[in-house]
Write a protein that binds this ligand. Structure first.
Ligand SMILES: Cc1cc2nc3c(=O)[nH]c(=O)nc-3n(C[C@H](O)[C@H](O)[C@H](O)COP(=O)(O)O)c2cc1C
Length: 193
């Protein structure tokens, strides 16, 4: 922790992991999270980089329509809610409270140590109809979610993408602007043994 509001992540390991075909063979959704096992900082760093990190000059690990890069990751940990700053590879503290349980109503929500809400800043998408904006941003969301799925498969982590999210309440809790929409939330943790 560099100061109270910035959690600097260790550099992500950009090598290793499971061979891609084995990760694809292992990918699945899991919901039986181990409440007692948190991700260490290196694994959290690698997860966020794999999800939506910067992998070249201004490029990211997932594509986005017209390279708008409009998705922001809101990361819910026991210690608080953070926004992932890909340029700094850091977590910026937004709310110093455990709000994991407010991201859904399924029984495992609040048990998983990490919840990642994908929030689209639709104001960054120009030149499209309202329907076109939704189509583009949900496609962009899907790439990031699949990155998380494949990273979790590779690391032996449990994950599930969730649309079943109280989006209005959560948006209010996060003080989102009207043009910021929550597209999906993904739970991540270890499987209960
Ligand atoms: C867009 C989307 C929304 C989903 N929403 C939920 C959800 O709210 N809750 C949940 O438990 N699983 C959710 N899932 C996970 C699916 O149920 C799961 O991917 C599907 O059953 C296939 O299982 P698999 O991922 O293990 O192949 C969602 C998946 C996707 C792609």
């Amino acid at each position: 922790m560099e100061n109270n509001s910035v959690l600097v992540l260790p550099p992500a390991r950009r090598t290793g992991g499971m061979p891609l075909m084995e990760a694809l063979a292992a990918r699945h959704s899991g919901r039986d999270f181990d409440a007692g096992r948190e991700l260490d900082m290196q694994t959290l760093s690698d997860l966020l980089w794999a999800a939506w990190g910067i992998n070249r000059r201004s490029g990211r690990t997932a594509p986005s329509s017209h390279n708008r890069q409009e998705i922001e990751l809101y990361v819910f940990l026991k210690s608080g809610v953070y926004k992932y700053d890909a340029a700094q590879h850091a977590l910026l503290l937004l709310i110093p409270e455990d709000l994991r349980a407010s991201t859904g109503s399924q029984p495992f929500v609040g048990v998983a140590p990490v919840e990642i809400a994908l929030v689209s800043d639709t104001s960054k998408i120009t030149g499209k109809s309202p329907q076109g904006i939704i189509e583009a941003t949900y496609a962009n969301t899907g790439f990031i979610c699949q990155n998380i799925y494949l990273f979790c498969a590779s690391e032996g982590l449990c994950t599930v993408a969730r649309a079943l999210v109280p989006k209005e309440e959560l948006a209010a809790r996060l003080s989102l602007a009207p043009e910021q929409i929550i597209t999906l939330v993904q739970s991540v943790g270890y499987l209960k043994q």
